[in-house]
Design a protein around this ligand. Structure first.
Ligand code: SF4
Length: 492
């Protein structure tokens, strides 16, 4: 008796054609990608796009995570990280600790410190500027240009409240929005002056009001999250975006989340000088015109729908300037006109979203512990769908800490091109990485660059060390530099 035939879904043919042309997929096509039994074609298409953008390259970085405090005013149901002030296990790091961490990062050859924490109810605003400047000053003293990527959008809004500049930001309509953006600009400008280099993508969760109200009610909603990132981009700060999935959201909620992100990226890329495609991205195909478009999502959509779709997956389209160091070489032979001729020349703000990071929900130890969490196949499928839907995000990250190292290898063949870094300490989610920590659940979750390189090579890709801004890193031991001229010299 032979094996049953591999199930192919002819319904995906239209999607295949659109992918070949780099056209934007609709939410209905996203629904199909999530529900078709033909997961192999979904993964194959995602791999096609990933190779078109990055060829055989897969990126990692040498970094160190620093969680400055786990004390938080909120109590999100999916969170096992937070503690209340005075509770067992609560901690807040002082500047001596922060300086030591910066020194350890430099000594280990890290190019990045990634720092996030809870919404501490009493720390002054100066703590956060000191945090950034302490890391940067210590690194500079030791001869390193260590990049500081810090604070999720919800932390930025918390800092605006602490700095007492958030007044009027909750007012309805345009007045409130302008007040909010002004407050965010105030905070981000101060942090940037202290040495902040970029924002991570955390706190986005899933942009849906029902899910928000059930699982993380105290957190900022989608429009505020998007505003923080928009202002960061206007200040030339690059950012990332996460999507926490596999809890109480639906797959369609994930697609709406992705659609809102790609619309926000359309705006960022338009500011960079990219031109959109008339007739795509301006219609009602994304959020609908019925009930779905009303209420909060409709409000957000109405502010993100004015720019035509700008995809980076069209053959021949260059990635934003400091990202494109290997893609030009890697493009398919029939890639069309030279990317050089299409590199946008923007004199305005330079910030944009670099990476989408789908994060699977882990139920252990939180208020949603009764939920099963996503399956392995769901994780592969979600990474692949993210690559296909987020046509204007240069990178898709399989964050090995949450996806696990073995799963990450397969994800590199399912649309992901980045695995994150050496991490060292990670408090947010404590996983049992057998083989990394002897099978025990710990917050010490370090892998060496050699391990990441081997993981990438074993998966069939060429490991490329990147800095936070996806520039190639050249190193001799723990000394490193960014390969300055590579971005433009690779453009043909
Ligand atoms: S997810 Fe963030 S904001 Fe929510 S409880 Fe945890 S630390 Fe606090």
């Amino acid at each position: 008796m032979g094996l049953p035939p591999v199930r192919r879904d002819p319904g995906l043919d239209v999607v295949r054609e659109k992918i070949a042309n780099g056209q934007r997929l609709t939410l209905a096509e996203g629904d199909l990608l999530f529900t078709t039994p033909d997961i192999w074609t979904v993964i194959e298409l995602a791999d096609q796009v990933r190779r078109r953008l990055h060829g055989n390259a897969a990126y990692y970085n040498v970094n160190r995570h620093l969680n400055y405090s786990n004390v938080c005013a909120l109590s999100c149901k999916f969170c096992e990280f937070y503690r209340k002030a005075g509770e067992d296990g609560a901690y807040t790091r002082d500047m001596d600790y922060v300086r030591q961490e910066a020194r350890k990062a430099v000594e280990a050859g890290a190019t990045e410190v990634h720092s996030v924490g809870g919404l501490h109810p009493t720390l002054p605003f100066s703590y956060y500027t000191d945090l950034i400047s302490t890391i940067r000053d210590e690194a500079t003293r030791l001869g390193s240009d260590l990049h500081v990527k810090a604070f999720t959008a919800v932390e930025i809004v918390h800092l605006a409240r602490i700095a007492k500049v958030y007044k009027g930001a909750s007012a309805p309509g345009e007045e409130g929005r302008q007040a909010r953006r002004g407050a965010i600009r105030h905070v981000l400008s101060a942090l940037k002056a202290a040495g902040l280099g970029s924002l991570p993508g955390g706190g986005a969760e899933v942009f849906d009001d029902r899910v928000h109200d059930e699982a993380y009610k105290g957190k900022i909603r989608s429009d505020v999250w998007l505003d923080v990132h928009r202002v960061a981009h206007e200040l030339d700060l690059n950012t990332n975006a996460t999507m926490l999935y596999g809890h109480i959201e639906t797959r369609h909620d994930r697609l709406v989340h992705m659609d809102m992100l790609r619309r926000a990226q359309d705006e960022a890329l338009a500011r960079l000088g990219y031109a959109g495609v008339d007739g795509e991205g301006t219609g009602d195909w994304a959020l609908g015109t019925g009930e779905e478009a009303e209420g909060h999502l409709g409000y957000v959509a109405s502010h993100l729908a004015r720019v035509p779709a700008i995809t980076l997956t069209r053959p021949g389209t260059p990635l934003p300037e400091h990202v494109a160091f290997t893609n030009a070489e890697a493009r398919m032979p029939n890639a069309g006109p030279s990317p050089q001729s299409q590199v946008p020349s923007a004199s305005g703000p330079r910030g944009y979203y670099q990476t989408i990071i789908p994060l699977p929900f882990f139920p252990d130890g939180c208020d949603l512990e009764h939920l099963p969490g996503p399956s392995g196949l769901e994780n592969y499928r979600t990474i692949a769908v993210a690559r296909l839907m987020l046509d204007n995000f240069p990178h898709v990250k399989a964050f090995w800490i949450m996806q696990t190292l073995p799963m990450t290898q397969v994800m590199l063949q399912s649309g992901a091109d980045d695995v994150d870094g050496t991490v060292v300490w990670y408090d947010i989610t404590k996983l049992n990485h057998a083989g990394q920590d002897g099978g025990e659940v710990k917050t010490h979750q370090e892998v060496t660059p050699a391990t990441l390189q081997r993981l990438i090579r074993d998966a069939g890709f060429e490991p490329i060390e990147r800095d936070t801004l996806y520039r190639r890193v050249v190193r001799e031991g723990n000394k490193w530099r960014v390969a300055a001229a590579v971005a433009s010299s690779n453009r043909r």
